[in-house]
Design a protein around this ligand. Structure first.
Ligand code: ARG
Length: 585
C-alpha cells in the first residue's frame, strides 16, 4: 500500500481498537491533509473529537490514547496533539522514499484493484441516428469514456451501453427517403457525412406531402412505421441499411476523438422495442398504471407538476405509441435483471434528470430494479458560448460536434507549427491531432461534469493554466529530460533531501487514492485537478533541484527516478481521461 493517508487510516483504526475495544476499530479516523497555515505536519487525524463523545473522555486524552497504541510500521516521524484534539502527523521521509520506489517498480503504479469488483453498465454517448451529433453528445461521450476507462482500470466489470436513438416514428420517413434516393446514392452517403442534411431532406418531403393530396410520401412514411413496428422483413432490411450508414458516421467520430466505443457496444432503443407492450400490460394489470385521458400513465409519489397536480408518466400515448420513458423502464430493467448491475451509470445531459427519476421510480414500483442495483445519473452540464448562452447556430439548432473538432484541430495545428517549426510535417500533424483532441477533452473533464462551461478555444489550447496541452507539454518536457539521460538508470533508489523532492514524492503517492475516488464519485475532474497539481509540484521540484546537472551520482539517479515516475503517472492519468501524451511538443 503506497498511499500514506490510507496507511495512516489503517494504523489509527488498529490503535482505536486496541485502546477502546474492537467495536471502534472500524470507525473512520478522518485523516486529512494538515492545515498548512498552522503546522508543518503532513496529515491530520480528527478521530478523537467524535470518539470522545462515544467513550465519554476528553478529546485530548482520547488522542493521547490513540498515540500510545499506534504501531505505524515506520510511517510516522513525529505526531503531536493540537487544539481540541487533532493529531498532527509528520510522515517519515524514509517511508515516503521507499514507497515512491515501490510505486515506480509497479506496473499499476501502486494503484490497487478494488476489493469488491462491481458490474457496471455505463450508458453514454448515445447519439441519435440520422441526426448530427451535437456538442452535448461530445461531452457525454468524453466524460463517459473517461469513466469506463477508469472503472475498468480499477477492476470493475464495465458494460459499455451506447443507447442510440434508432427507433420511433421518424424512421418511417427516413426509410422512405432512403428508398427513393437509393441505398448507394450520394443522398444516402449524407448519412455518413452530414446526417442532419439527410434528416432535413426527409422531413421537408414529409411536410410538403402532408399539404399535397396528390403526393403520398406522408402516407407511405406512416405505413412504413407500422411495418417497422411489426418487424416486416423487407422494412427491417432497409432499416439495417440506414443503421450501417449511421454506424459508419459514429465510428468516424469515435475514431477521431479516440473513444473506446465499438459496434459491439451499440445497445439502442430498438433493442427494447419488443418489451414495451409487455411492460405496459404488466403495469396496467397490476394497477401500477391506469388510463388517463386515453393515455396509459403511471402516477408516482413525489412528482407534482405546476399547480400541484400529480405529474403522470405517460408510458403509452393515446394513439397507442410508446415513448422515451417506456424504453427507459425497459432499459433499467435490462441493466438490473440481465446485466446484474451493481451501479447502473447514465452519462446524460442534466436536462433529462426528471425523465430518469420518473422512469426509474416507475420501474422500481414495478419491482423491475433488483435491490442490489443503484441507478445513477451522471448529469452533464451545458457547454456555453462566450456570451454565456447555449451554443446555437443562427437558425437555432445545436452546434454540430464536428465543427468543434475541426476548430480545435485547426488551432492546434497553428500552435504546433509555431512552437515546433523544426519538426517534419507528419510528426507535427500527429502532435496537432493529439493536442487538439486533448484540449477538447480536457475542457470537458476538468470542470465538474454537472457544471456549465464556456467554450473558449484560446483558453483550452493555452500551454499555461489548467489545460490539456499544458499537461501534455509537462509530460513531453520530462520525456526530453529522460531522453538526455540515456546512460542513467532511472530506477532509483529514491532518496529525498530537498523539501521540493519530498513534496513531489508525497503528491505522487496520492495517485491511487485519487483514481479510487473517481471510481466512487464518478467525477473525473478530480483526476484532472490532481494531474494539474502534480505537474505544478514537478515544476517546483525542477526549478529547485538540478537533475541532469546534479553532481552526486546517487542524487542524480534519484531525481531521474522522480522524473520517470512523474512521467508515468501523468501518462497513465491522462490515458484514464482518454488523452494521449505526445512524445515531444
Ligand atoms: N439519445 C438520447 C439523446 O440524444 C440520449 C439517450 C441516453 N440514454 C438513455 N438510456 N436514455 O438525448
Amino acid at each position: 500500500m503506497v498511499d500514506p493517508a490510507l496507511a495512516l487510516t489503517v494504523s489509527v483504526q488498529q490503535a482505536m481498537g486496541a485502546a477502546f475495544g474492537r467495536e471502534y476499530a472500524g470507525a473512520d479516523p478522518v485523516v486529512r491533509p494538515a492545515n498548512k497555515k498552522q503546522t508543518t505536519a503532513d496529515l491530520q487525524v480528527n478521530a478523537a473529537m467524535a470518539l470522545a463523545k462515544q467513550v465519554g473522555r476528553p478529546p485530548r486524552e482520547v488522542a493521547q490514547a490513540i498515540l500510545d497504541h499506534l504501531d505505524d510500521d515506520g510511517l510516522i516521524a513525529a505526531a503531536e496533539i493540537a487544539g481540541p484534539g487533532f493529531i498532527n502527523v509528520t510522515l517519515s521521509t524514509d517511508w515516503i522514499a521507499r514507497h515512491t520506489s515501490d510505486m515506480l517498480a509497479s506496473d499499476r503504479l501502486g494503484v490497487e484493484a478494488v476489493e469488491h469488483p462491481e458490474r457496471i453498465p455505463v450508458d453514454y454517448s448515445s447519439p441519435n441516428v440520422a441526426k448530427e451529433m451535437h456538442v452535448g453528445h461530445l461531452r457525454t461521450t468524453v466524460v463517459g469514456d473517461s469513466l469506463v476507462r477508469t472503472l475498468e482500470f480499477l477492476g470493475h466489470e464495465v458494460f459499455r451501453q451506447n443507447h442510440v436513438g434508432d427507433w420511433g416514428t421518424p424512421f418511417g420517413m427516413l426509410i422512405e427517403h432512403l428508398l427513393e434516393a437509393g441505398e448507394d446514392s450520394d443522398e444516402a452517403r449524407l448519412l455518413e457525412d452530414d446526417p442532419n442534411e439527410f434528416y432535413q431532406h426527409a422531413n421537408a418531403k414529409f411536410k410538403a406531402a402532408e399539404g399535397d393530396s396528390a403526393n403520398d410520401f406522408d402516407d407511405r412514411a406512416r405505413r412504413r412505421v407500422t411495418l417497422l413496428q411489426g418487424g416486416d422483413a423487407d422494412t427491417m432490411r432497409h432499416w439495417d441499411a440506414l443503421m450501417e450508414r449511421s454506424k459508419a458516421y459514429f465510428n468516424k467520430v469515435y475514431a477521431e476523438l479516440d473513444v473506446t466505443l465499438t459496434d459491439d457496444d451499440l445497445s439502442g432503443e430498438s433493442q427494447y422495442n419488443d418489451e414495451l407492450a409487455e411492460i405496459c400490460d404488466d403495469l396496467e394489470a397490476r394497477g401500477i398504471a391506469r388510463i388517463d385521458n386515453g393515455a396509459l400513465c403511471v402516477f408516482l409519489d413525489g412528482f407534482v407538476g405546476r399547480d400541484d397536480q400529480p405529474l403522470p408518466l405517460i408510458i403509452r400515448k393515446s394513439d397507442g405509441g410508446y415513448g422515451y420513458a417506456t424504453t427507459d423502464i425497459a432499459t433499467v430493467r435490462h441493466y438490473s435483471r440481465d446485466l446484474l448491475a451493481d451501479r447502473a451509470v447514465y452519462v446524460v445531459g442534466a436536462t433529462q434528470n426528471l425523465h430518469f427519476r420518473m422512469a426509474w421510480a416507475a420501474a422500481d414500483k414495478a419491482g423491475y430494479i433488483r435491490p442490489e442495483t443503484t441507478p445513477i445519473h451522471v448529469q452533464i452540464g451545458n457547454v456555453l458560448g462566450k456570451d454565456s448562452k447555449l451554443l446555437r447556430t443562427r437558425s437555432g439548432d445545436s452546434m454540430k460536434l464536428q465543427y468543434f473538432v475541426d476548430q480545435a484541430l485547426e488551432r492546434a495545428a497553428t500552435v504546433v507549427a509555431e512552437s515546433r517549426p523544426d519538426l517534419p510535417e507528419d510528426v507535427r500533424a500527429t502532435i496537432a491531432q493529439q493536442v487538439g483532441i486533448g484540449a477538447l477533452k480536457y475542457a470537458d473533464l476538468s470542470v465538474a461534469h454537472d457544471s456549465e462551461y464556456i467554450f473558449d478555444l484560446d483558453r483550452m489550447l493555452a500551454l499555461t493554466g489548467n489545460t490539456g496541452p499544458y499537461l501534455q507539454y509537462a509530460t513531453a518536457r520530462i520525456r526530453s529530460i529522460l531522453g538526455r539521460a540515456d546512460a542513467v538508470d532511472p530506477s532509483g533508489p529514491i532518496v529525498l533531501t530537498e523539501p521540493a523532492e519530498r513534496a513531489l514524492a508525497l503528491r505522487l503517492l496520492d495517485f491511487g487514492a485519487v483514481v479510487h475516488q473517481v471510481g466512487e464519485t464518478l467525477q473525473p475532474h478530480r483526476l484532472a485537478a490532481y494531474l494539474f497539481d502534480l505537474a505544478q509540484h514537478f515544476t517546483a521540484f525542477y526549478e529547485q533541484c538540478p537533475v541532469l546537472k546534479a553532481e552526486d551520482a546517487v542524487v542524480r539517479s534519484s531525481r531521474l527516478a522522480l522524473c520517470a515516475l512523474t512521467e508515468k503517472v501523468l501518462v497513465r492519468g491522462l490515458s484514464l481521461l482518454g488523452i494521449q501524451a505526445p512524445d515531444q511538443m
